[in-house]
Design a protein around this ligand. Structure first.
Ligand SMILES: [Zn+2]
Ligand SMILES: [Zn+2]
Length: 383
């Protein structure tokens, strides 16, 4: 059975505005793509709850939905319905999320242009989406990237109008220039006046006498563009940037959609990322662990020295303060955490064997406590 908007948000039909907002916030945090990178089920759920919320948070739409169900808020024209004619997609869901002031969780919608609304009957161009791979070194410093995209832009011959230069427009014979078609229908609830955009003239009331030869009358053309985008420090997989107005142009000169860039962090040769911290494993010999030493380890900014204290146990984590990554809000950097592993040789020379046998006989290598809980108890505290 299809869930209704209240069911999707897990609230009662009697829920207050505040309760609906709270419920949406809770679910949006759970299913937000920032927290569920690549999870299609979560994305679907995020879209569903955002769509439901966009209706129930709007008093007029909610009233219509309560009375007439989905038919009351879908495709009935009249200029108030932002969803008429196309599906509620991820960028719409993200926009709903942003517009509710919840955008501080990881998206950058606020810093890259404000959300845009669709103008009346004119359908905005579609959004473009792409995934951009970023290395950990680039996460550290921030980076400007050049993106090669293909998008629709206004035809330069007809300036998006779709009419051959010099030709004139004439009144649409289907709607007599009204741009709308009214239909009266009756139902259980009474008489409806259903106003729909005229499909012959796309709601413009006029049709083109002669189509532009260059674009075939659509008013737009597909072109390749290189767009530069500043990737801020500290980004992570699942973050996205919205470049307002850098998507496809709409037909007949309608405004452009957005370009949404999803960040994907590239796998590193040595480093494992844990939010702002960088994890790395380093092997030392038994002698180095027992005697203590100083070793060179790679960090995100180059090689650095690390002191290994004498008597260190295998598996111990050493902290290199401030050698981690910044976060997107520019607060202090994380640390690099180095897990020391004592390496055991699998082949021994005759001399090594003799020396180790001597060491074993001297009882110098026996642990004081051989059996115990070890480091399991404070595994998380170490990190
Ligand atoms: Zn043209
Ligand atoms: Zn018409």
């Amino acid at each position: 059975m299809a869930r209704d908007y209240y069911g999707i948000l897990e609230v009662d039909r009697s829920a207050t505005e505040n309760e609906i907002k709270k419920a949406y916030r809770k679910l949006a945090m759970k299913y937000h793509p920032d927290r569920n990178a690549g999870d299609k089920t979560a994305e679907k759920e995020f879209k569903a709850i955002s769509h439901a919320y966009s209706v129930l948070a709007d008093r007029e739409k909610k009233a219509r939905y309560d009375q007439f169900g989905e038919a009351g808020v879908k495709g009935s024209g009249g200029g108030f319905d932002p969803f008429a004619g196309d599906a509620f997609d991820l960028s719409d869901a993200l926009r709903t999320f942003m517009e509710q002031g919840f955008g501080g969780m990881g998206g950058f919608g606020d810093s890259f242009g404000s959300p845009r609304r669709r103008a009346g009957q004119q359908l905005r161009g579609s959004n473009l989406k792409l995934t951009l791979e970023v290395t950990l070194e680039e996460v550290f410093s921030g980076v400007e990237k050049k993106l090669k995209i293909k998008r629709y832009e206004n035809c330069e011959v007809c300036h998006g109008e779709g009419a051959e230069p010099g030709s004139s427009k004439k009144t649409c014979p289907v709607c007599q220039g009204q741009g709308q078609i009214r239909q009266v229908s009756r139902s259980l609830f009474g008489q409806f006046i259903n106003v729909q955009s005229c499909s012959n003239c796309n709601g413009e009331g006029q049709i083109i006498d002669r189509l532009c030869k260059s674009c075939g009358g659509s008013g737009r053309k597909r072109v390749s563009r290189t767009i530069s985008v500043n990737i801020p420090q500290g980004v992570d997989t699942g973050n996205y940037l919205t470049l307002a107005g850098e998507g496809n142009a709409g037909e007949h000169g309608a405004p452009r959609g957005d370009l949404i860039v999803f960040i994907q962090i590239k796998d590193h040769k040595y480093f494992v990322r844990d939010n702002r911290n960088i994890l790395i494993e380093v092997k030392v010999t038994f002698a180095q662990a027992a005697l203590g030493t100083e070793i060179e380890v790679p960090t995100i900014t180059g090689k650095a020295n690390l002191k290994i204290p004498a008597g260190i146990q295998s598996g111990k984590m050493l902290r290199m303060k401030g050698k981690g990554l910044p976060d997107v809000r520019g607060s202090r950097k994380g640390d690099q955490l180095v897990r020391i592993q004592v390496w055991t040789p699998s082949k021994l020379s005759k001399e090594q064997r003799t020396l180790l046998e001597k060491l074993e006989k001297s009882n110098g290598s026996a642990p004081t406590e051989r059996i115990g809980k070890g480091s399991f108890a404070n595994l998380s505290a170490e990190i």
